[in-house]
Design a protein around this ligand. Structure first.
Ligand code: ZN
Length: 300
């Protein structure tokens, strides 16, 4: 059976020259299309969004009526079209999580909105698809416990905040210490990295800290696989090679397989020199999790 890749062409809205090039989602999905089956998500209901967000924020997003302060924090333009893209991304992560429970792995060519809090959006993330997906599947009693493994270069502050005090969700974030967000939230486990961290240091830290996540015995893992850890990223300051990013993904995949935990992959951040570069790295990640064998990295 061809691997299923969740994606909607409606994700690729034009943010006109903004750092956040939504085109990368479409480029990644196109690269996977010859090998997989692209599946479009449906929109989540208002009640679904209320599982992780408060009503005032949900209604602002649904009606695309963000005020100046909201837009400043979101750092993105907003419109009905952009609102729909963000809502569909929530539906996409819910669907990828369902695929993970059915088949062991779920693939989303989008999602990873880890900076969205219960009552506001932040850092390009209007809605927290990761949190909604976990809370939706938990409400349906498909899972009891879940873990979020967030390896984006930025801390998963929104996710940490939404799940603070929830004994059934383990949030793990490994991120660069001295970049956005200035004020870090408290995840179940945070590993802070210095600028300039290289492949071997990163790999050792990751292997060591995956253990407590697995000890938690989650029924589902949602992976935020941001590729802004790459050495050529415009926003991140780590020094992971393209090969190092793949090794990171492989460490996670092997660990999930070893422990028999279903994993849903979301893309998250990535701000390479061009959207094509970023999409190539995201494609590497999804190919690996799809069992399509390692893509050929360009450089070591
Ligand atoms: Zn990021």
């Amino acid at each position: 059976m061809k691997p299923r890749v969740v994606f909607s062409p409606k994700y690729a809205v034009d943010y006109s020259g903004h750092n956040f090039a939504a085109r990368k989602f479409a480029l990644t999905a196109q690269a996977l299309a010859p090998f997989g089956e692209l599946i479009e998500p449906s929109e989540p209901s208002r009640d679904d969004l209320l599982l992780a967000h408060d009503a005032v924020w949900v209604d602002k997003v649904l009606t695309a009526s963000l005020n100046a302060a909201d837009l400043k924090r979101l750092e993105l333009p907003f419109s009905p079209e952009i609102s729909l893209a963000h809502r569909l991304c929530v539906g996409g992560t819910i669907l990828a999580a369902r695929h993970a429970l059915e088949a062991g792995v779920g693939l989303h060519s989008g999602g990873g909105g880890h900076h969205a809090f219960r009552d506001h959006g932040e850092g390009y993330c209007a809605l927290n698809d990761i949190a909604v997906a976990i809370l939706k599947l938990r409400a349906e009693k498909k899972i009891k416990r879940a873990a979020v493994i967030d390896l984006d270069v930025h801390q998963g502050n929104g996710t940490a905040s939404i799940f603070a005090g929830d004994p059934d969700v383990f949030t793990f974030s490994m991120h660069q210490a001295d970049i956005y967000p200035d004020k870090k939230e408290k995840s179940s486990l945070d590993v802070e990295l210095s600028a300039g961290t290289t492949d071997p240091e990163y790999y050792d830290l990751l292997r060591r800290h995956l253990r407590p996540v697995m000890d938690f015995k989650p029924d589902l893992i949602i992976y935020q696989s941001g590729v802004d850890v790459w050495e050529k990223d415009k926003l991140g300051g780590l020094k992971l090679t393209e090969r190092g990013v793949l090794d990171r993904d492989n460490a996670l995949l092997e660990t999930c397989r070893l422990h028999g935990v279903p994993v849903a992959v979301t893309l998250g951040g990535g701000y390479g020199p061009t959207p094509e570069d970023t999409a190539r790295l995201h494609t590497n990640t999804l190919r690996l999790f799809a069992g399509l064998g390692p893509a050929k990295p360009r450089s070591r």
